[in-house]
Ligand binder design. Structure first.
Ligand SMILES: NC(=O)C1=CN([C@@H]2O[C@H](COP(=O)(O)OP(=O)(O)OC[C@H]3O[C@@H](n4cnc5c(N)ncnc54)[C@H](OP(=O)(O)O)[C@@H]3O)[C@@H](O)[C@H]2O)C=CC1
Ligand SMILES: O=CCCC(=O)O
Length: 389
């Protein structure tokens, strides 16, 4: 049986089985429809008040994602009305040609975008991509995507277009500039911007998209290059709730968890809060490592001690050894971390929240940028601290 059909049948069997199906279902990692079914039930998306969950869990096991399914009720709506439907692909429809305007699109193939777009291809849905530097489209084209010349061309070929762009100015240009997303938006088309921007930018883009009858969702992410490659991002979505439901399958292949945070701007704000904490932590961590060295301690001992205490965390564990080695290959470019500190501080201004720690950390990131470290990993802020006289 065609694997797509098999997955689809399995999903429908689980979603629609009555009496409810109880047990454990193993499904390949690239089985988004089932994943979506699982998630829609986990989150209660399709649930009437009668939907109740027992335990749910996921874990990786020999390349399989294991879903424990304890449905005590099921979505009884016709499949076509469920919210996890992906656009129709030629392979799913049995037609040889891509149905114009029915695929996914992706704009911005930087460190994050290329990994996220590769994961989208796992859905078996046609994918059209665009990047300012067109050479970055090549790895995706090799995997079956089509390259477009403008963001508008991507949107015209796609039902839902995703974006992962550098900053607010770029996100705005790509959305509303000439040849941009809005030029090709018509009713029925949707745009999901996953870039880290401020709430105001998101609201502006949302208004431009919706004024042409399209739907808009913001979906900035927590997690860096490796989680993006592994489809383990945390997605902070806000905006059009029906679109949030419609992108269940893409979010499942790109992320490990999606939050729906309500009105447009809330995703951007959440992301800035999280990255403000992260930037302040990285600065404090760097000061600690530098202080230790200057005080005659071994930096590796500092890592070992931190790892066993109350402030142990994945970031210190991951970045610590490379900081000590003086190696800063970019996973999260320092220029983007400084942009996020700047945007978080602006949010603080707006709501009159004093942020002395973040403000001090931002000064250090600015210094690091002035030292030419902007394209290094954000952990290179260590150099700005260690080399201070
Ligand atoms: N890296 C990370 O760990 C994470 C990053 N983010 C956020 O995701 C977004 C992308 O980050 P990341 O992939 O790391 O960054 P990169 O710098 O690797 O990629 C930036 C992307 O924006 C494009 N771009 C830059 N300037 C322009 C422009 N003037 N016009 C059109 N396109 C432009 C780049 O195109 P080109 O290739 O032509 O330069 C590239 O596609 C940022 O908002 C970042 O804050 C969020 C979570 C984690
Ligand atoms: O915006 C970048 C976040 C990086 C991370 O969450 O590890």
């Amino acid at each position: 049986m065609n694997p797509v059909l098999l997955r689809s049948s399995l999903r429908h069997a689980i979603c629609l089985s009555s009496p409810p199906l109880r047990g454990i279902v193993d499904t390949p990692l690239v089985s988004p429809p089932l994943a979506s079914c699982w998630r829609s039930h986990r989150d209660g998306w399709n649930a009437g008040p009668e939907l109740r969950w027992g335990t749910t869990s996921t874990s990786s096991l020999k390349g399989l994602r294991k879903f424990k399914v304890f449905c005590s009720s099921v979505d009884s709506r016709p499949v076509g009305e469920q919210r996890d439907e992906a656009p129709v692909s030629s392979s799913q429809s049995g037609k040889e040609e891509q149905i114009e305007g029915e695929g996914y699109g992706f704009l911005g193939l930087g460190i994050m975008g290329v990994a996220m777009a590769k994961n989208l291809l796992k859905l078996g849905v046609p994918l059209t991509v665009w990047n300012r530097s067109s050479d970055k489209c090549a790895p995706l084209v090799e995997l079956g995507a089509t390259a477009a010349k403008t963001p508008a061309e991507v949107v015209s070929k796609s039902k839902i277009t995703f974006a992962m762009l550098a900053d607010p100015a770029v996100a705005l240009t790509v959305a509303v500039g000439p040849g941009g997303v809005v030029d090709a938006i018509t009713p029925g088309k949707s745009y999901v911007d996953m870039s880290t921007v401020d709430a105001e930018t998101s609201v502006t883009i949302s208004k431009a998209i919706t004024s042409k009858g399209g739907r808009f969702l913001e979906g900035p992410v927590s997690g860096s290059k490796k989680p993006a490659e592994d489809g383990q991002l945390v997605i902070l979505a806000a905006g059009d709730e029906s679109l949030y439901h419609d992108v269940a399958a893409p979010f499942d292949v790109m992320g490990k968890k999606a939050f729906y945070l309500g009105e447009i701007g809330n995703g951007a704000k959440m992301k800035l809060v999280v990255n403000m904490v992260m930037g302040s932590m990285m600065t404090a961590f760097s000061e600690g490592l530098s202080l230790a060295e200057k005080a005659g301690l071994k930096q590796t001992d500092v890592l070992d001690v931190l790892e066993l205490g109350a402030i142990a965390n994945p970031m210190f564990k991951l970045k610590g050894p490379s900081v000590i080695k003086g190696s800063f290959p970019p996973a999260f470019p320092l220029k983007h971390q400084q942009k996020d500190m700047r945007l978080a501080l602006a949010l603080g201004d707006e709501v009159a929240q004093p942020m002395p720690v973040a403000a001090a950390a931002n000064e250090v990131f600015k210094k690091a940028r002035n030292l030419g470290l902007g394209d290094n990993d954000f952990s290179a802020v260590y150099k700005a601290i260690a080399e201070s006289s």
